[in-house]
Design a protein around this ligand. Structure first.
Ligand SMILES: CC(C)(COP(=O)(O)OP(=O)(O)OC[C@H]1O[C@@H](n2cnc3c(N)ncnc32)[C@H](O)[C@@H]1OP(=O)(O)O)[C@@H](O)C(=O)NCCC(=O)NCCS
Length: 358
């Protein structure tokens, strides 16, 4: 449970008499789920369930998070919620040393229609970020949808993006765009039910020095993110050479604009295995329901990632054609020594695993 004095000080700092701000206790998760289920499906893509809240904030290996609640002070009716969960980035310092940077992500924002345009979202954001700062965390960010983006612009947050967006259509012959398969002999695919420690340290070892930020990938973190998450089913594949894991691919089947898409949520391959992504992707496409396309969003800064995406037949979609560009909003918290500025995309290997939607 959060230190009540932190919460009380943050409430005082916001100074809103027309709203009751607070942090949800587990006994309130059910009421949040009820409000979320009552929302219009056009606004809330998948409901924020009590189980999902517990996964985000109580069972997170990065540490406890919290859900900001806003209530109407006269009726005590729930007016809105905003989830703040922990995540961990790794930063390569100028000395070459690696340092762990705890961050908060803020997601699953909702304000009940009758309370909109009265500053509930802005109060919940300021309050949540202040609590995060008081907990000693120096950076927080989000990947919002276009409805809330104008608010984050108004709050003066830093922006990074849109993130690179690539597609690969499931049309016979499309894969040849990446060139004829050459290295795949000797590579095989293992479907996994969970991650082991095979890739711990691999990303730090293989990323070029210009990339100074990435999401941590310990087995505990990867398994929390992709195996234990209650409302989504991810598929995990290792690509092996002679039994040795040389890359991995995490995918999720999702409907995007009515089309069933295979979304690349995370992948990694050793720099010499340009074909690892292609091999794992073809394997994923041939298993399960037929997908119309594959989508890869996020960092393409590491040269090996760019080569692997090209070899897998992904082509970049120009920004002007993006159906819903993904932009990261956020920034450093407070002015103290814990403050960390939002990394530049050039230096940040940011994959969909580093935000919540995919
Ligand atoms: C988006 C949403 C959270 C806004 O909540 P809200 O409490 O009405 O927002 P606020 O009153 O605090 O607005 C803060 C600022 O955001 C911007 N904003 C809020 N709603 C907006 C809208 N409909 N159109 C344009 N800008 C908007 C404005 O800049 C606003 O400041 P202003 O009122 O001084 O101009 C709410 O409409 C909602 O829950 N929508 C459905 C769920 C959703 O889309 N969630 C976002 C998921 S990332």
């Amino acid at each position: 449970m959060l230190d009540p004095s932190i919460v009380a000080d943050a409430v005082k700092a916001i100074g809103r008499d027309d709203l009751e701000l607070g942090i949800a206790g587990p006994e309130e998760y059910g009421a949040i789920e009820e409000m979320s289920r009552a929302a219009s499906p056009g606004e809330v893509f998948s409901p924020l369930t009590a189980t999902l809240i517990a996964w985000f904030v109580d069972r997170n290996p990065c540490g406890p998070g919290f859900v900001v609640l806003a209530r109407d002070p006269s009726s005590r009716l729930l007016a809105g919620h905003f989830v703040f969960y922990r995540w961990r980035l790794v930063r390569r310092l100028a000395s070459g040393e690696l340092s762990e940077v705890p961050v908060f992500l803020y997601v699953r924002l909702y304000v009940r229609p009758e309370y909109r345009r009265r500053g509930v979202f802005s109060a919940m954001t300021a309050f949540g970020l202040d609590v995060a700062r008081r907990l000693g965390v120096g950076l927080a960010y989000t990947a919002p949808n276009p409805r809330s983006s104008p608010g984050f612009v108004k709050f003066g947050m830093e922006r990074r993006g849109p993130l690179p967006f690539r597609v690969r259509a499931s049309i016979p012959g499309w894969g040849l765009m990446g060139g004829l398969p050459r290295q795949s002999r000797g590579l095989d695919v293992e479907v996994r039910s969970e991650f082991d420690a095979s890739f711990q340290g691999a990303i730090a070892r293989d990323l070029p020095p210009a990339i100074r930020w990435w999401g941590d990938r310990t087995p505990a973190l990867l398994n929390w993110r992709y195996v234990e998450r209650p409302d989504a089913r991810y598929e995990i594949r290792y690509v092996r050479e002679g039994g040795h894991p040389s890359g991995f691919l995490v995918t999720r089947r999702m409907r995007i604009k009515g089309l069933l898409a295979l979304v690349v949520c995370d992948f990694w391959c050793e720099p010499r295995h340009d074909d690892a992504l292609r091999v794992a992707l073809v394997h994923a496409q041939s298993a399960g329901d037929r997908t119309a396309l594959a989508v890869a969003i996020g960092s393409d800064r590491p040269p090996q990632a760019r080569r692997a995406l090209r070899r897998a037949g992904f082509v970049a979609v120009p920004k002007a054609l993006l159906p819903q560009p993904i932009v990261i909003f956020g920034g450093g918290l407070g002015d103290g020594p814990a403050r960390v500025d939002l990394p530049d995309l050039d230096a940040w290997h940011l994959t969909p695993g580093d935000w919540d939607v995919f």
